[in-house]
Write a protein that binds this ligand. Structure first.
Ligand code: XMP
Length: 524
């Protein structure tokens, strides 16, 4: 997967929860970084990858245990800078001749430590240029063990009350070891430390989305040749960016299939078709299959049955349309880097964690297609940057995620065309409110759900008996955990009034304040 044009910073993963953040901090400053689980970092792999620098991540193991994970000793013989973080620091010390001890939970001088700490400087170190301007720096610690004796050649350059060896280095060999996590936001000068490390390694910062675009286009052309490619375009950021990039590479050899399952939001289908067919001039099949989906969903109220029905039909529809295009050899997918990073597992080998929804129902195998996945090297924020680079409008790139089963899972219970029409309107008014108040980009995902209950209300002189709707808005980083968004009461009141006045069929509005866990973001 490594792009040979770019100098590589290799991140050896020992299983820290925040390893991905190391790669992201580096990518943000134009350094190409890849994460590999420690088991896969062999001498042969090092020879192949030729990293320009190596970072040893944190991890849950203890180097005090004999069978704890280690990188190959050759990592220290490459002649490139090495940065050890937390567990990585301890591994480094142990392997280079120092000593590590298990942590005591209380008391001074090298104990277990979790949370904010302050480091003070000891001497000068280029890795810390820009640090200590205000005397001390805040860092984030999370460790049980600690280094009790430095390896030969190392000196101390920063200490904290509980971590006498908070920052150590052997500047001549360009080996650096820190006890804290510079990749997390709670270490405010962490990015500076990574920039200094990259400078010590001689990186030029050539990893930009402008350069990526050019290289990816060349790569797609070489991979695809004269063959045809199909792409299931959902209108989401990943498939949209993938489609535009591939179209730029191979033009009309790409056909996009946009499956309209009748569960889209207001104006969504028109917007996608206008953008890709009219603006980008792409061959686009607008598969208007609303009836096929909604008929199959008639009377279905179980969420899992809804999902399975939609998933199965999606594959059938996509296949029907794709079969009509001659000479198709490739299926384009918007798979991202977090989906292909192998995770560290201590029981046995590294486990692949490719998410199943990125390989819808085994479609490529079923149709005998090869895959083109031009976003495999990118994090989500890089995909957005690439989208800007390719000229996709800002409001399109910044859109909240929308689930494949669409409004079906925002309409608990049985779905009807009438309910979908009401939900679409309510959702549109709600999102309009959020945009008008300038809140859209602060919120990770927001939508309305139509509840399967009717309640009594009074409007004018008349009694109403209409649906209740729930509004949902969450903040999140990756959708795995989420908090409800704290709208003001004024905003909620104004939005409820607008929905009840503007949406026929709703006479009651509620706001969902459940976090995830224990709730999920969607209602089904
Ligand atoms: P939950 O409801 O599980 O949602 O907290 C987490 C994130 O995943 C999205 N989601 C889906 N996306 N197919 C998708 O493509 C699905 O079946 C699906 N279910 C949930 C949801 O919108 C949220 O962003």
């Amino acid at each position: 997967m490594t792009l040979p044009q770019h100098d590589l910073c290799l991140i050896v993963d020992f299983g820290s929860q925040v390893t991905q953040l190391i790669a992201r901090r580096l990518r943000e400053i134009g350094i190409y970084a890849e994460i590999h689980p420690f088991q896969t970092v062999t001498v042969e792999a090092l020879a192949k990858w030729k990293p320009k620098a190596v970072i040893l991540s944190g991890g849950p193991a203890s180097v005090v245990h004999e069978d704890s994970p280690r990188p190959p000793r050759e990592v220290f013989e490459l002649g490139v800078p090495v940065l050890g973080i937390c567990y990585g620091q301890q591994v480094m010390m142990e392997m280079l001749g120092g000593k590590v001890e298990g942590g005591k939970i209380s008391g001074g001088g090298g104990t277990a430590e979790f949370g904010r700490a302050y480091v003070e400087p000891v001497g000068d170190l280029a890795l810390l240029d820009g640090w200590f301007e205000a005397g001390r720096e805040q860092v984030w610690m999370s460790h049980g063990d600690h280094v009790s004796r430095l390896a030969p050649g190392f000196d101390v350059f920063g200490t904290s009350p509980n971590a006498p060896y908070a920052i150590t280095a052997d500047p001549e060999r360009r080996f650096y070891a820190v006890q804290f996590h510079p990749e997390v936001h709670h270490t405010p000068k962490g990015a500076t430390l990574y920039a200094n490390f990259a400078r010590a390694a001689g990186f030029t910062g050539d990893w930009t989305m402008g350069a990526y675009r050019e290289e990816a286009i060349e790569k797609i052309r070489a991979e695809v040749g004269d063959a045809k490619v199909i792409c299931a375009l959902s209108g989401g950021v990943d498939s949209s960016v993938a489609a535009v990039l591939i179209h730029e590479a191979i033009g009309d050899q790409l056909t996009c299939v946009f499956v309209d399952h009748g569960l889209l939001r207001e104006g969504e289908a028109d917007e996608v078709v206008a953008m890709f067919r009219d603006h980008y001039n792409m061959p686009l099949i607008h598969a208007e299959e609303q009836d096929r989906f909604l008929d199959a969903l008639d009377g279905v109220s179980d969420p899992e049955v809804k999902r399975k029905t939609i998933g199965r039909l999606f594959i059938d529809v996509f296949q029907d349309h794709a079969d009509r295009i001659e000479g198709v050899e490739f299926l384009a997918q918007g798979t991202l880097y977090p989906d292909v990073i192998e995770s560290v597992s201590f029981s046995g080998g590294p486990s692949a964690t490719i998410k199943s929804h990125h390989n819808v129902g085994g479609l490529p195998e079923k149709m005998g297609l090869k895959l083109v996945e031009p976003l495999r090297e990118l994090f989500k924020d890089e995909v957005r940057a690439l989208g800007h680079e390719l000229g996709l409008p800002r409001h399109f790139i910044g859109r909240h995620p929308f689930p494949g089963p669409g409004l079906a899972i925002r309409c608990p219970g049985e779905i009807t065309r009438e309910k979908l029409a009401i939900l679409r309107r309510a959702d549109a008014v709600y999102i309009d409110q959020i945009r008008r108040h300038g809140l859209y980009d602060e919120i990770w995902q927001a939508f309305a759900a139509l509840l399967p209950v009717r309640t009594v209300g009074v409007m004018g002189d008349g009694r109403t008996y209409d649906y209740a709707c729930a509004l949902r808005a969450v903040t999140s980083v990756d959708g795995m955990t989420a908090d409800y968004y704290p709208f003001t009461h004024e905003f909620l009141g104004e939005t409820a009034t607008r929905i009840i006045n503007e949406v026929q069929g709703i006479n009651r509005v509620t706001y969902d304040i459940t976090s995830k866990p224990p709730g999920t973001i969607e209602w089904e």
